[in-house]
Design a protein around this ligand. Structure first.
Ligand SMILES: C[S@@+](CC[C@H](N)C(=O)[O-])C[C@H]1O[C@@H](n2cnc3c(N)ncnc32)[C@H](O)[C@@H]1O
Length: 452
């Protein structure tokens, strides 16, 4: 044992102590009870299963406090961009990937130039153009459009779509598309109490008198107020130059399992992410939740040449996400078992259950494992990796995802620092997904790259 390994141990201990210090000061610290409010850039849209911003902020502070030179943050499952916003508040660079175009749009909207006065003027223009529009044809068609939108709603949404398309600046259009997405969520015939597409009863639909234009105006005004708050925070910290965030931000649509092939050199200092907890269909259907909004948004504004087939069915984005396909899993079970003793024990525990249950767990873990190698490869040595995830139950039995993930990370050359277990105080996610009995806590797995 040389002094090098001694230094590594010491470095790890400092981080462990920094993270433990929060709980020593307040036993309930990581639960953020009544303190998980979403403001400024965190509050534009209700994306499912968002991380608690304050938690991400504290984790980043602990890491950067120890390593002031760590500036480059990576989130391979960026979602609505909670890590992005917290990184920006600290003046850090950020790279994010997500398979869902809606998530990428949400991240893009948080990094537009902070030209709030111009945005205000542009919004007045968009409102007027939509309100005064003569054309009343329906601008988009997709299977079951009439099921999900009353004609009167579809006509107003079409006016809004055309008014946003007429705005010349793409950064402003992105901001308006997010308000449009929230408007679609509020005015479609799908219930807002669940992330799945779930039609409202007919009498309820018939009784609704909705004005998408009025709703859009309200949401836009609210979001501009949030943008101003975010700008204020960034400006006070000295992170805005001529209206633009001073750090580097790179957000793209991508499958994080394929990241290695698409990138040349990525060297990040901090990974902070929350991957899905299980296959989207039986946990959180991010894709279904985004399906209706994405029908109304000009996808070219998210990414040029975007592959529209992701909207081929209501399930397509979820099918492409972790655990979305079970094809070929028989060929990988043995190698996955070898990589993760915890997964092996979980599979043994599920023997005798419906075969479908084992298949679901294996497919998800196979895809999660596929994302680990590229993610670790993208980090510099001694980089800190924070993975936030819950242990769900399948067939009444717990799936220890935190330990499975730790095994996969160790197999890819990472070392364990600590795991923080926290309660999920908000019932929103659990109740909305009918998995309240299976998920009340989540784990923050902290690792570093390098095995000495
Ligand atoms: C728990 S959410 C992330 C939420 C995010 N931390 C936030 O605070 O908003 C998980 C994300 O992983 C994305 N995802 C699922 N499979 C993926 C894959 N193979 N590659 C990249 N992103 C994926 C989903 O679209 C979803 O946005």
């Amino acid at each position: 044992m040389g002094s090098k390994s001694h230094t590594v141990e010491f470095t790890d201990e400092i981080l462990r102590n920094r993270l433990n210090a929060y709980r020593l000061a307040d036993r309930e610290h990581w639960n953020f009870r009544g303190n998980a409010v979403r403001q400024h850039g965190h509050a534009y849209f209700q994306y499912p299963a968002m991380m608690v911003p304050q938690m991400v902020g504290d984790l980043l502070d602990a890491i950067v406090g120890q390593h002031p030179g760590y500036r480059r943050v990576y989130d391979p499952f960026a979602g609505s961009g909670t890590a992005l916003t917290e990184a920006m508040i600290r003046g850090l660079d950020f790279t994010g990937r997500d398979i869902n175009p809606m998530a990428v749009l949400l991240c893009q909207a948080k990094t537009i130039p902070f030209f709030d006065a111009a945005l205000q003027e542009k919004s007045i223009q968009v409102f007027a153009s939509a309100r005064n529009a003569r054309k009343s044809s329906i601008a988009v068609e997709f299977p079951n459009r009439k099921k999900w939108f009353q004609d009167s709603v579809a006509i107003e949404l079409s006016k809004l779509r055309r008014a946003i398309q007429a705005e010349p600046a793409v950064w402003a259009r992105r901001f308006f598309w997010v308000a449009m997405a929230e408007t679609v969520r509020m005015t479609s015939n799908s219930r807002t109490s669940t992330f799945k597409l779930h039609i409202r009863p007919k009498d309820e639909i018939d009784g609704r008198r909705l004005s998408p234009l009025a709703i859009f105006e309200k949401i836009t005004a609210r979001n501009i107020a949030h943008l101003r708050m975010q700008k204020e925070l960034l400006r006070n910290a000295g992170f805005i130059e001529r209206g633009h965030y001073h750090g580097s931000v790179d957000i793209r649509i991508g499958d994080s399992a394929l990241q290695e092939k698409t990138s040349t050199k990525m060297e990040f200092d901090i990974l902070v992410t929350s991957p899905p907890y299980g296959d989207n269909t039986s946990t959180v259907p991010y894709g279904q939740h985004s399906y209706l909004p994405l029908q109304w948004i000009d996808l070219e504004d998210i990414s040029t040449g975007i592959d529209r087939s992701c909207l081929g069915t209501t399930h397509e984005i979820d099918r492409r996400s972790l655990g979305g396909s079970r094809r070929g899993i028989k060929d990988v079970v043995e190698s996955l078992r070898q990589r993760s003793p915890s997964l092996s024990a979980t599979i043994d525990g599920l023997q005798g259950e419906k075969p479908d249950r084992i298949a679901r767990v294996v497919a998800f873990c196979r895809d999660l494992n596929r994302c680990i190698a590229p993610a670790v490869a993208a980090m510099q040595k001694n980089a800190v990796m924070i993975w936030i995830l819950g242990n769900r139950k399948v067939g009444g039995k717990p799936v220890p995802l935190d330990r499975i993930l730790s095994d996969f990370l160790v197999a890819n050359g990472a070392r364990h620092i600590t795991i923080i277990n926290r309660e999920i105080p908000s019932k929103r996610m659990a109740v909305r997904n009918n998995i309240s009995a299976t998920m009340r806590t989540e784990n923050v797995v902290v690792m570093r790259k390098g095995i000495e």
